[in-house]
Design a protein around this ligand. Structure first.
Ligand SMILES: NC(=O)c1ccc[n+]([C@@H]2O[C@H](COP(=O)([O-])OP(=O)(O)OC[C@H]3O[C@@H](n4cnc5c(N)ncnc54)[C@H](O)[C@@H]3O)[C@@H](O)[C@H]2O)c1
Length: 343
C-alpha cells in the first residue's frame, strides 16, 4: 500500500482522543478520515483539535464508507465485541481497545467474525510497546537472563476510580489487572496454567460495596515452570507504580518507575526526588504511539499484528480465573474456565 491508511475512529473519550492525536500528529503513514461518538459534541471537539474533516453520525456510517481502510474501536467496553463483528463484516481492519468483552462467548463471536472476514485485528495492550518492558522481554527472549524462574509485577494506581465506574468495569481483574496478565504472558513467553488470588478491600469500602476488590496479590504458575506474582492496589499514595522483574538462572532483568525528571535534591535532612509520572496518560504516552505504528505497519505491509485476538482473549480467561480463585479461596487452573484457543 503506497497511499496513507485511512482510519475511522469510534469513540472520542479519554483513549479515543489519545489515539486520534497519534494518528493526526505522529503517524505520517495514516490519515484520520472520520470520527464518531454517541456524544456528538465529544466527536466534534476531537475532530476540531486533530483536524479530522468528517464527524460521522454513527459507527455504521464509518463502516459503510468505502474510503475507510481501518477502524480504531475506542468506545466503552460493552460495545467492543459488537463493533468488531460489524467492522469485520464491513471488511475493515480493526484496532480495538482492551478488553474485547467480559464474556468469553462474546469474544469468541467477535474472533470468529474476524477469522471469517480475514481482516487484521490488534488489541490495545499498549504496555508491550513501552521501551522499558520491551527491554525486559528482549532480555528474557534473547537468553540474557538464562532460564527464567521468577516474575514479579507491581502495578498500583495512584487513586481508585469512582464506584459508578467500578460497577460497569467488570471489576479490578478484568479492568486493571488485565494489563498485568498480558504483561506476564508477554514477559515470560509461556502460558499461565494456574492462578491463586489473595484479595481484599483496603482502599475504599464503596468498591467493596460494589462487589469488587481493590488490593490483590495474584500467584501465577506458568507451563514452563516459572512462578510469578502480580501485586495490585487501586491506590498508592506516591503515584502510579509500574515495575517488573524477571529472575533467571544467569541474571535478573528489571524495570523501575519513570519520573518527570532525573533530579535529586540532597539536603542535610534527606535525599529527595519528585514523584513518578502520575498515571497512564503520562507514563505510557510513547507506548500508545508505538502500538498504533505497529498496527498501521501490519496493515500497510500485510504482516501479522503483534497483539492478536487470542492475545486479547487469554487475559480475560486469566481474569475470570483470578476472580474464581478469590471467590472460592483456592488455586484455579485456567482449564477450569476455558481452553486458551477460541471456540
Ligand atoms: N489501553 C489503555 O491503557 C486504556 C486506557 C483507557 C481506556 N482504555 C479502554 O478504552 C475504552 C474506552 O475507555 P475511556 O477511558 O476512553 O472511556 P470514556 O468513557 O472516556 O470514552 C468512551 C467514549 O465512547 C463513547 N461511546 C460509547 N458507546 C459508543 C458507541 N456505540 N459508538 C460510539 N461511541 C460510543 C462514549 O460516549 C465516550 O465518549 C475502554 O474499553 C477502556 O477499557 C484502555
Amino acid at each position: 500500500m503506497n497511499s496513507k491508511l485511512n482510519i475511522g475512529i469510534i469513540g472520542a473519550g479519554r483513549i479515543g482522543k489519545v489515539h486520534a492525536e497519534t494518528i493526526a500528529f505522529r503517524l505520517p503513514e495514516a490519515h484520520p478520515a472520520s470520527i464518531t461518538d454517541i456524544n456528538p459534541e465529544a466527536a466534534a471537539a476531537v475532530a476540531a483539535r486533530c483536524g479530522i474533516a468528517h464527524v460521522a453520525a454513527s459507527s455504521a456510517q464509518i463502516l459503510d464508507d468505502p474510503d475507510i481502510d481501518a477502524v480504531l474501536i475506542c468506545s466503552s467496553t460493552d460495545t467492543h465485541a459488537g463493533l468488531i463483528v460489524d467492522a469485520a463484516r464491513a471488511g475493515k481492519h480493526i484496532f480495538c481497545e482492551k478488553p474485547i468483552a467480559h464474556s468469553l462467548e462474546r469474544i469468541d463471536q467477535a474472533l470468529e467474525a474476524v477469522d471469517k472476514a480475514g481482516v487484521k485485528l490488534q488489541i490495545g495492550f499498549n504496555r508491550r510497546f513501552d521501551a522499558n518492558f520491551a527491554r525486559v522481554r528482549a532480555a528474557v527472549a534473547g537468553g540474557e537472563i538464562g532460564a527464567p524462574q521468577l516474575l514479579h509485577i507491581i502495578s498500583r494506581d495512584p487513586a481508585p476510580p469512582p464506584a459508578s465506574y467500578v460497577k460497569v468495569s467488570g471489576g479490578m481483574f478484568l479492568d486493571m489487572t488485565i494489563h498485568d496478565f498480558d504483561m506476564a504472558r508477554f514477559l515470560i513467553g509461556s502460558e499461565v496454567e494456574e492462578i491463586y488470588t489473595a484479595a481484599g478491600v483496603m482502599v475504599d469500602p464503596k468498591i467493596g460495596a460494589a462487589g469488587d476488590v481493590d488490593t490483590a496479590v495474584i500467584t501465577l504458575r506458568f507451563a514452563n515452570g516459572v512462578i510469578g506474582t502480580i501485586d495490585n492496589s487501586r491506590k498508592a499514595v506516591y503515584g502510579y507504580d509500574q515495575r517488573a522483574e524477571v529472575l533467571g538462572s544467569a541474571s535478573s532483568s528489571a524495570t523501575a518507575n519513570c519520573y518527570p525528571n532525573q533530579a535529586v535534591v540532597s539536603t542535610a535532612e534527606s535525599v529527595r526526588r519528585d514523584l513518578p509520572l502520575n498515571f497512564f496518560m503520562d507514563r505510557y504516552t510513547e507506548s500508545f504511539v508505538n502500538e498504533l505504528r505497529a498496527f498501521v505497519d501490519a496493515v500497510r505491509l500485510d504482516k501479522p499484528t503483534p497483539v492478536t485476538g487470542i492475545d486479547g482473549r487469554i487475559p480475560v480467561v486469566m481474569a475470570l480465573a483470578a476472580r474464581k480463585s478469590h471467590d472460592e479461596r483456592r488455586p484455579v487452573r485456567l482449564a477450569e474456565i476455558s481452553s486458551l484457543a477460541h471456540a
